[in-house]
Write a protein that binds this ligand. Structure first.
Ligand SMILES: *[C@@H]1O[C@H](CO)[C@@H](O)[C@H](O)[C@H]1NC(C)=O
Ligand SMILES: *[C@@H]1O[C@H](CO)[C@@H](O)[C@H](O)[C@H]1NC(C)=O
Ligand SMILES: *[C@@H]1O[C@H](CO)[C@@H](O)[C@H](O)[C@H]1NC(C)=O
Ligand SMILES: *[C@@H]1O[C@H](CO)[C@@H](O)[C@H](O)[C@H]1NC(C)=O
Ligand SMILES: *[C@@H]1O[C@H](CO)[C@@H](O)[C@H](O)[C@H]1NC(C)=O
Ligand SMILES: *[C@@H]1O[C@H](CO)[C@@H](O)[C@H](O)[C@H]1NC(C)=O
Ligand SMILES: *[C@@H]1O[C@H](CO)[C@@H](O)[C@H](O)[C@H]1NC(C)=O
Ligand SMILES: *[C@@H]1O[C@H](CO)[C@@H](O)[C@H](O)[C@H]1NC(C)=O
Ligand SMILES: *[C@@H]1O[C@H](CO)[C@@H](O)[C@H](O)[C@H]1NC(C)=O
Length: 886
């Protein structure tokens, strides 16, 4: 073997050894974890194979959905936006349970039988739950227990006959393949409605029925055992009006009814009014993984019986609302105060030890819904802009992971000073600060747009700075080779995130805005039930730009009103009074008690809603004629001039209990149709219906009393045109000083439409409103652009040279609902287990500053980072110099 071949051999062996060493693939460090366990299950079940799967394979563990809303904790805890869809499903299930409990107990006389909700009323109600709540609710249903429902839509049947099972369920259908959908894109507007109590496998109460996790928590309810815990008596006062300008009675008539349980603060799981199931596969229907919130309907059973001693309040059915599991945020961070057990996915985040995990919202069931922020005492390396995104960490190779996602430690941290700014403003070494000169070249106003010339000067200074930093690092790397490996990690995904956005804003505090904010706050907090009567009319309003964020934060409440508007639109467009379908009776007209029940359910189901109403336009409300009517005038029903049922919640402070009242606005002497908001909405929708969306509902009904098979309803599909959430309108905040609500509210208006008298075209029929308590609105004081209509923008007291502002959730209508985090290249200087400055502290210190009290406002700043490396290299220089001398 000659020398060259030896060299080749050596090279070859070396290459082989190198390849073997490389066999550990770069992503092997990510071991399968609990997320993969669920993810595998998630993808193995499909619409095609779900029927043959075992029940265990069709559901996940209970703790895969963490932080389920608990009814008795809603007022005392903050519900973040990562749980808002689940909370809305919870509230809507409760809303429907209140509705059915009320209506069935209120209309329990034999002569009321005909005015109870008919078949289409029920079907359309659940279709509206789905059509008005895209992104929140994907399925809605009502399931009665065996022999618990009294149908009023069979001609030949006596009123006291019950159906064996009745379970209408509406869900959003994937309509991408419909013949009419030529775009071949899901429109999200098609709703299927099936009666689960009909067809081949119809006994959904059977223990072997798969996919009914809502059944066993409530039903069957056969024994009186714990009736006192599981049922609660609610009472509602209603004031009817039988003609324009008069009330039937001056006082509220009390109606009490049994409803879902009302737990105390410390009650356990068993007495909550809503049960949230573990995720399960909705086999053969929507074919998705869903989570269901269910709430019981209470009624006296048997309803029509002379043997009163046999009757008792019983759970006769459940209302359910489904949300998609895939859309529920999970929290991958380790268990902590904000992330309590049980949470199956806790600890699957992959943050480095120098960082800690912070969940992000809106990621759903997807890896990487978190960011790694520096631990207290660490700061971001200058080559990385802000927190390390979970998505990036999850895509990193082992090399990158090991060296790329660490924060650097802050040296010489200070104790939080009491006052004495002189004491803490230590002068930093001038050689170091000089390198950060480029900061001074930024314009003082910190506006985003720099002139090209400014930009160039910044860029040059920045380049200089980077080079110097690099030299510094290289010098350091000789001592510590690990650092050499650190590489710049591009931060693409950061662009969209809210915090990155506000980080880019460079603005100073706008003193004028701050003064205006003070005046707004004063007006809000100085108006109360005691003095509101003495105020001028304009003083009971706040400016419209206070509403910033309402559309998003109160979306669930707005959609509660929209739901009712959708139902009314569907009903008024498709139900032809007294239409008969052979054996099947068509629905009658709306009865006023039904609408009262709807608005009462709206306020009882959601604690943020203080009032809700349905306001019919003049002469647009047609009611059924009185039963056994002989008056020829009323043959085609009565048209009332006004009908405006409005329900409101009044808190009694001593017990913390709410009481619910409702009245008909047509009883007042001044007409609600003259109010500006009604006029505006009416004129908007008087002639032009171009914007209305078309919804399609596909009702499948039972073929006969026993539900032998499932057939199409006479009208299939039903279509209706209704407003979307964006078509509705949020009014500016108002103090309702009318002896009813007595609080600051923001009101959402949703119009509804029906056919005109000749049934030829659409017309505006009225408005559904909800009043939401203003106190629940989180204000945003962070800087934003000039065109953003936010009364509170640019009022956050951050030091924008070294900090950026992040608005916080759940701080409500108070100043200081933000945090000031350190900008890239700056570090948090104090040794107090925080890594940001709290907005409330900033506000308080600034207040002290402005009145001349001792304060530490000027110490609440971040200092320029990278101190320890400097200390080390200086030491080195000194040591070298010393050695040389020797
Ligand atoms: C109907 O309900 C009311 C109030 O709950 C009750 O007093 C009355 O006895 C019930 N009537 C029948 C026939 O069940
Ligand atoms: C509405 O229902 C109630 C209760 O059944 C009944 O007393 C009333 O007459 C009905 N109204 C009309 C107009 O039918
Ligand atoms: C229903 O009412 C009829 C007469 O009103 C009575 O004969 C029959 O026994 C009742 N049926 C039930 C199940 O109560
Ligand atoms: C339907 O819903 C999906 C999921 O929310 C959404 O991505 C899509 O854009 C929606 N389609 C339309 C037409 O709104
Ligand atoms: C459904 O199943 C339950 C439990 O096995 C049974 O009691 C009930 O009678 C069944 N209902 C029907 C309508 O078959
Ligand atoms: C309305 O009710 C009151 C009290 O019951 C009655 O005196 C009055 O005649 C009623 N008015 C009409 C128009 O029915
Ligand atoms: C129930 O009682 C009413 C009045 O007391 C009576 O008219 C009716 O016939 C009774 N019905 C039955 C089924 O006994
Ligand atoms: C929702 O966000 C809050 C605040 O960031 C956090 O404490 C909580 O753990 C999150 N919940 C889930 C389920 O992600
Ligand atoms: C319903 O089914 C039961 C038992 O299977 C039967 O006795 C009854 O006649 C059926 N009723 C109708 C209306 O078909």
């Amino acid at each position: 073997m000659d020398k060259t071949s030896q060299i080749y051999l050596a090279l070859f062996v070396g290459l082989g050894a190198f390849l073997v060493a490389q066999c550990v693939t770069p992503f092997e460090w990510m071991r399968p974890d609990r997320f993969d366990q669920i993810n595998d299950k998630f993808y193995t079940v499909t619409g095609e194979n779900c029927r043959s799967k075992r029940e265990e394979d069709l559901k996940f563990r209970d703790d895969t959905v963490a932080q389920k809303p608990r009814y008795n904790m809603l007022l005392s805890t903050i519900i973040y936006s990562n749980r808002s869809s689940l909370l809305h499903a919870h509230n809507m299930a409760l809303n429907r349970a209140f509705f059915y409990s009320f209506i069935y107990q209120q209309m329990n006389q034999t002569w009321d039988f005909e005015t109870q909700p008919g078949l289409m009323y029920i079907y359309m109600g659940h279709a509206a739950d789905v059509s008005a709540n895209p992104g929140f609710i994907n399925g809605s249903s009502l399931f009665f227990d065996n022999n618990c429902s009294y149908p009023n839509w069979y001609r030949k049947m006596n009123f006291n006959i019950t159906l064996p099972l009745f379970g209408p369920r509406a869900w959003r259908e994937d309509d991408y393949n419909e013949p009419t959908n030529w775009l071949r894109e899901p429109s999200n507007n098609t709703i299927s409605i099936h009666d689960y109590g009909s067809g081949r496998i119809r006994n959904y109460t059977h223990p072997q029925y798969k996919g009914n996790p809502w059944y066993s928590p409530w039903l069957p309810d056969l024994f009186e055992k714990d009736d006192s815990v599981r049922k609660f008596t609610y009472s509602v006062g209603i004031k009817y009006s039988n003609a324009t300008g008069v009330f039937t009675k001056d006082m509220y008539t009390d109606y009490s009814f049994f409803g879902p349980p009302q737990p105390g603060q410390s009650s356990g799981q068993e007495s909550l009014p809503v049960h949230i199931s573990s995720p399960y596969f909705d086999c053969d229907r929507s074919n998705r993984w869903i989570v269901t919130a269910s709430s019981p309907i209470v009624e006296f059973m048997p309803r029509y019986s002379n043997w009163t001693h046999l009757r008792r309040a019983r759970f006769v059915g459940v209302t359910t609302m489904d949300v998609e599991f895939e859309r529920l945020d999970m929290n991958q961070c380790p268990l902590a105060e904000g992330n309590p057990a049980p949470n199956f996915f806790a600890g699957t985040a992959r943050c480095r030890p120098t960082t800690m995990c912070d969940p992000l919202m809106g990621f759903g069931f997807r890896r990487g819904g978190y960011q790694c922020v520096c631990q207290p005492g660490y700061y971001y390396p200058w080559w990385h802009d802000g927190p390390f995104q979970g998505l990036e960490v999850e895509q990193a190779t082992w090399e990158e992971y090991q060296y790329g996602f660490d924060c650097l430690s802050v040296g010489e941290r200070m104790l939080t000073p009491d006052i004495a700014p002189e004491f803490v403003t230590r002068k930093r070494r001038s050689i170091y600060t000089a390198k950060n000169r480029f900061m001074d070249t930024l314009p003082k106003t910190q506006s985003v747009i720099l002139t090209p010339r400014q930009k160039r000067s910044v860029m040059e200074a920045l380049k200089e700075h980077r080079e110097e930093m690099k030299k510094l690092e290289d010098a350091q790397a000789e001592e510590n080779p690990k650092i050499l490996k650190k590489r710049f990690v591009p931060n693409k995904s950061n662009k969209g995130s809210a915090s990155a956005h506000s980080r880019m804003k460079r603005a100073a505090v706008d003193e004028e805005a701050a003064n205006r904010m003070q005046r707004i706050m004063d007006r809000k907090y100085q108006t109360s039930i005691k003095n509101c009567g003495d105020k001028k009319a304009y003083e009971l309003f706040l400016p419209g730009d206070v509403n910033f964020g309402v559309e998003r934060q109160f979306e669930a409440q707005g959609r509660t009103a929209l739901r009712l508007a959708h139902f009314m639109s569907n009903f008024l467009q498709n139900v032809d009074e007294y239409e008969e379908f052979g054996d099947l009776k068509g629905d009658r007209r709306l009865n006023e008690t039904q609408i009262f029940a709807e608005v009462i359910a709206n306020i009882m189901g959601d604690f943020r809603i203080l009032g809700s109403g349905v306001f019919f336009d003049r002469y647009k409300f047609r009611m059924s004629p009185p039963v056994n009517n002989t008056d020829p005038r009323f043959v085609n029903g009565i048209t009332r001039e006004f009908f405006g049922p409005y329900a409101f919640r009044t808190s009694t402070p001593q017990a913390g209990l709410d009481s619910f009242n409702a009245l008909d606005f047509s009883g007042f002497k001044n007409f609600y149709t003259d109010l500006p908001w009604f006029q505006n909405l009416k004129s908007r929708w008087a002639t032009n219906f171009y914007d209305l969306k078309k919804f399609t509902a596909k009702p499948m009904i039972r073929s006969d009393y026993n539900g032998t098979s499932s057939i199409r309803f006479e009208y299939y599909p039903l279509t209706y045109r209704a407003a979307t959430y964006e078509d509705g309108e949020w009014l500016r905040p108002e103090f309702k000083c009318d002896g009813r609500v007595n609080d600051w509210v923001v009101t959402y208006l949703a119009p509804f439409f029906g056919k005109n008298d000749l049934k030829t075209r659409l017309e505006f029929k009225g408005v559904v409103t909800v009043d939401v308590q203003l106190d629940y609105l989180d204000i945003n004081q962070c800087p934003s652009n000039f065109y953003v209509a936010n009364a509170f923008k640019n009022t956050a007291r951050c030091d924008y040279r070294s900090q950026f502002c992040v608005a916080l959730e759940g701080k409500r209508f108070n100043r200081g609902g933000y945090k000031c985090e350190c900008r890239q290249g700056f570090e948090y200087p104090f040794n107090d287990l925080a890594w940001y400055f709290d907005g409330q502290t900033m506000e308080e210190e600034h207040r002290k500053l402005s009145v001349g009290d001792p304060n530490r406002y000027h110490t609440l700043r971040c200092r320029i980072g990278a101190a320890p490396s400097l200390t080390a290299s200086l030491l080195l220089v000194v040591a070298m110099a010393f050695l040389q001398l020797v």
